[in-house]
Design a binder for this molecule. Structure first.
Ligand code: SF4
Length: 295
C-alpha cells in the first residue's frame, strides 16, 4: 500500500498565530493569572491539552458571552481564532478583564465586511455551521433581526427577508466551496438582488482542492482531525462528494483499523487546519507500518 501525503495539510497560519499568542501570554509572568481561553483555541483536543501544560485553562460551551461570565474578575482571557462578537469584547472591557484577541485576520476581514454592509443598510444572510463559534462571532456584528444563518439548502425557504431588502450573502471561512455554491445558487433564485461575498479562506480552499485532486489517484483518503473540526469534516465530504472516493476521519493513530485498508493499494492522507503535525505524522507512520507488515 502506498501512502500519499497530501499538501497542503494541517495547521494554517491563523491557527499557528493563535497558538503562538496563547503560549506567549502564558510565558509572560506580568500577565494576571489564571489564564483562560474562551472556547477551544482550535477544535482539537491535543492542542487544548498542550495549552493546559502551559497552565492555560479552556472554557468550553456554546455561547462565548456565557463562557465569559465564568471568567473570574482580575484574570486573563484569550479569544480564539474563530472570532468573537463585539458584545463579548464590550463585556470583557466592562468586567476589566485582561484580554488578548487571537482572531484570525481572515475572520476579522469577514467581520469588517458585515459591519460595513450593515452600515450601508444591508441585511446579512450568513452561510455557516449552526452552533459553530465563527457564525456566532460574525453575526454578532449585525443588530438583532438583520442577519440570518443558513446551514443547508433546505434553510433557504426559512429566510425571512423580502425581495426588496438589500442583502449581502456572506460565507463562513471553513466551508466546502462546492456545498456553498449550491446554497448560494438557491439563495439567488429567491433573492436575485443579493450581493455574494465568498469568504472561504485560502487555507481551507487549498486543502480541499489538494484533497480532491489527490483523491482521484488513490483508493481512499484518511483525514486526520477532531470530530468538532469543521474544516476536517468538510475535507471528508469533498473527497466523498466531489472526488467520489471513500474517506474516513480519524482523531489519532489509535482510531486506525487495519481492516479498513483491505484491498487498498494507495491511500492519501490529509489533515484539517486545526490538526497538529505530530498527530498526522503518527497516522502516516502507522499506515506505512501496516504496509510493511503486509496487513
Ligand atoms: S481556517 Fe482559515 S480562517 Fe480559520 S484560522 Fe485558518 S486561515 Fe484563519
Amino acid at each position: 500500500m502506498d501512502v500519499i501525503k497530501i499538501h497542503p495539510r494541517g495547521y494554517c497560519y491563523g491557527v499557528v498565530d493563535a497558538i503562538t499568542m496563547a503560549k506567549r501570554v502564558a510565558q509572560d509572568p506580568n500577565i494576571p493569572r489564571p489564564i483562560y481561553v474562551l472556547g477551544q483555541i482550535v477544535h482539537n483536543r491535543h492542542t487544548v491539552l498542550e495549552l493546559e501544560s502551559f497552565g492555560i485553562r479552556t472554557l468550553d460551551g456554546s455561547s462565548r458571552l456565557e463562557l465569559l461570565d465564568q471568567v473570574p474578575e482580575g484574570s486573563t482571557v484569550i479569544f480564539t481564532a474563530h472570532g468573537i462578537s463585539p458584545a463579548v469584547k464590550t463585556r470583557a472591557q466592562e468586567r476589566h478583564l485582561t484580554f488578548f484577541d487571537a482572531t484570525c485576520p481572515d475572520v476579522t476581514k469577514t467581520h469588517t465586511l458585515i459591519e460595513e454592509k450593515i452600515r450601508q443598510g444591508y441585511s446579512i444572510i450568513y452561510i455557516g455551521t449552526k452552533g459553530h463559534p465563527e457564525p456566532e462571532g460574525a453575526m454578532g456584528e449585525a443588530p438583532q433581526g438583520r442577519a440570518f444563518l443558513v446551514t443547508h439548502v433546505q434553510d433557504v425557504g426559512n429566510v425571512p427577508f423580502d425581495t426588496k431588502t438589500p442583502l449581502a450573502i456572506v460565507t463562513q471561512t471553513t466551508l466546502s466551496q462546492w456545498d456553498t455554491q449550491s446554497i448560494i445558487e438557491a439563495l439567488l433564485v429567491k433573492y436575485p438582488q443579493a450581493e455574494v461575498h465568498n469568504e472561504i479562506c485560502l487555507a481551507t480552499q487549498l486543502r480541499q482542492e489538494a484533497a480532491v485532486q489527490t483523491a482521484k489517484d488513490v483508493d481512499m483518503v484518511v483525514v486526520v482531525g477532531d470530530r468538532r473540526s469543521n474544516n476536517s469534516n468538510r475535507l471528508v465530504e469533498v473527497v466523498e462528494q466531489i472526488a467520489h472516493k471513500p474517506s474516513i476521519r480519524v482523531e489519532s493513530v489509535d482510531d486506525l483499523r487495519p481492516e479498513w485498508f483491505e484491498g487498498v493499494t494507495t491511500v492519501g492522507v490529509t489533515a484539517g487546519s486545526s490538526t497538529p503535525s505530530r498527530i498526522t505524522r503518527e497516522v502516516i507512520q502507522r499506515l506505512e507500518t501496516l504496509d510493511q507488515r503486509g496487513d
